[in-house]
Design a protein around this ligand. Structure first.
Ligand SMILES: Cc1cc2nc3c(=O)[nH]c(=O)nc-3n(C[C@H](O)[C@H](O)[C@H](O)COP(=O)(O)OP(=O)(O)OC[C@H]3O[C@@H](n4cnc5c(N)ncnc54)[C@H](O)[C@@H]3O)c2cc1C
Length: 494
């Protein structure tokens, strides 16, 4: 059977590894870190456990499909918990608990935005059709411009609200700006502004309300850990602390990888899961790439970055739900600071996760593992994080004290880790743009880096910077699409 080399054991690489190994390929995964999972790995601080990145699992059915293709039942390997209410939205003067139970949600809208509750039914009915059509496009590869003329795309065309942002589009259902924010802040999952994110991403709030969101006991990093186990059980070899230094190229085709320790590993096909733009800049010998040459990469649009605080605390916070989204008093201004003015806001929007409330495995009894994420400009901003880090941390802790029920966390901190945009960048995330390439219309589908890489032969791309996009379900799809393209190619007679 053919040999496959995979660069990176993040969610995209692990999906491809477990599926291709199941299909009998000889798979070797090279991961530069000492653990699998990438941005979806676990962070352990003393007895406290955190997810480094993803905390919301949406569209669980995509993960189920990936496990099925790998020959296992994910529900038997992981303990999934559907969260309801899904999350609390905290505005300046009131808060709202968002539920995927439509009757409960309608009551909550009526309580917070009297007279607007009928919009929910309209939203769910109209958006179901859009979801079906757009989702069908995201499952397919877009290797050729001809894919735009296939029935799946042509049928979806009339559901794409060209020229409208997700915020603008929500006006079809709701009048209140704050209620529109409750259905558009999800653009931040892509690291984008609700006023710039294309209207068809209205499928994101639909997906949450239709299918719910899940936690995995032990943290979402458990998904990556289990995927690696399944891949190995299927015969894949995963090498940790094995940084790939360069791709081995012969006449425009990738013939394998050269590791940092000088070893060369030859392969019939190579799959790149490392951050797309960073991989192009560092793994491909200079002068080879045209479309994605370093100077062209600089001109692409990237997501925002995130300032992260992981806190192990000697106290529980029983009034603070599992997921909390806190909106800046002036959300629009804060968004413009992040995406247009490229500066740090004093009035921040942020996310606080108190997962140890519902998952005792994350913190010792009587204690809490709190995760805080603050969207901030990416490193294109030139912000000096060495200078800003300490002051910004204080501001975030002040904001938690004044805007949530948790109060001042400082006296309770036992262990702590901060990740700044500069730290993301130095870990191999291009411009520290944690959610990869932005999802603008000109960087989607055929125009996003394709799963069969157009610039190099025998090379496939998976992960958040590639088609279909950033976010766990789409990343699992990228792994499935790449695996299927390799399998299809092998089925075809030479
Ligand atoms: C803070 C944060 C919160 C997020 N929250 C969510 C969420 O709630 N829900 C959601 O669906 N998504 C979320 N995401 C987005 C996305 O799901 C994750 O970022 C996801 O982990 C990206 O997966 P990936 O496959 O692109 O690769 P990564 O996770 O980036 O993994 C790539 C791997 O490649 C390795 N690598 C890189 N270069 C080399 C090399 N030269 N040699 C060997 N190995 C290499 C890296 O070490 C890494 O392990 C979040 C992301 C972040 C950062």
């Amino acid at each position: 059977m053919k040999k496959i080399a995979i660069v990176g054991a993040g969610p995209g690489g692990l999906t491809a590894a477990m599926v291709l190994a199941k299909r009998g390929y000889e798979v070797e995964v090279f991961e530069k870190e000492s653990v699998v999972g990438g941005r979806n790995a676990e962070l352990r601080l003393g007895d406290f456990r955190f997810d480094i990145g993803p905390t919301f699992l949406m569209m669980k059915f995509v993960l189920d499909k990936a496990f099925k293709e790998a020959g296992v039942d994910g529900d038997k390997l992981l303990d999934f918990r559907r969260l309801d209410p899904m999350y609390r939205l905290i505005f300046e003067k009131f808060s709202m608990d968002v539920s995927s139970d439509s009757e409960q949600m309608k009551r909550e809208i009526a309580r917070c935005f009297p007279g607007e509750e009928d919009g929910l039914e309209l939203f769910m009915q109209a958006e179901e059709k859009r979801f079906q059509h757009i989702y069908a496009c995201l499952e397919k590869d877009y290797s050729s411009i001809a894919d735009f003329f296939k029935p799946t795309f042509l049928r979806a065309l009339r559901y794409i609200p060209f020229g409208r942002s997700i915020f603008d589009y929500l006006g079809n259902y709701f009048n209140s700006e704050k209620l529109r924010l409750a259905f558009t802040f999800q653009s931040k999952y892509l690291g984008m502004s609700a006023w710039e994110c294309p209207g068809f991403f209205v499928i994101l709030p639909y997906i949450e309300h239709a299918f719910g969101i899940f936690h995995v006991q032990g943290g979402l990093s458990e998904i990556s850990r289990v995927m690696a186990e399944v891949a190995e059980r299927n015969g894949a070899k995963i090498h940790l602390n094995a940084k790939v230094e360069e791709l081995i190229l012969v006449r425009g085709a990738v013939k394998g990888v050269r590791l940092e320790d000088g070893r060369e590993v030859l392969a019939d096909e190579t799959i790149l899961n490392a951050d797309f733009a960073h991989a192009m800049e560092t793994l491909v010998p200079k002068g080879v790439l045209k479309k994605y040459a370093p100077e062209k990469l600089k001109k692409l649009k990237y997501s925002c970055s995130t300032f992260m605080l992981y806190l192990g605390l000697n106290k529980t916070f029983d009034d603070l739900p599992h997921h909390n989204i806190i909106f800046a008093k002036d959300y629009r201004e804060n968004t413009e600071d992040i995406f247009k003015r490229l500066k740090l806001s004093e009035d921040i929007s942020f996310y606080v996760r108190n997962a140890s409330l519902t998952d005792e495995s994350l913190a010792p009894k009587g204690k809490s593992a709190i995760y805080v994420l603050v969207p901030v400009p990416n490193q294109g901003s030139g912000i000096d994080w060495e200078k800003e880090k300490a002051g910004f941390r204080e501001m975030v802790l002040d904001a938690i004290a004044t805007r949530t029920s948790a109060g001042d966390l400082r006296p309770h901190i036992e262990v702590e880790r901060v990740i700044t945009p500069a730290a993301w960048a130095s870990s191999g995330v291009y411009q520290g743009a944690t959610f990869n390439l932005a999802h603008t219309m000109t960087q989607m589908l055929y125009f996003r880096p394709r799963n069969k890489f157009e610039e190099l032969d025998n090379c496939y791309l998976v992960g958040g910077g590639t088609h279909p996009g950033s976010g766990l379900p789409t990343i699992y799809h990228s792994g499935l699409i790449a695996a299927n393209m390799i399998t299809e190619r092998d089925r075809k007679p030479e």
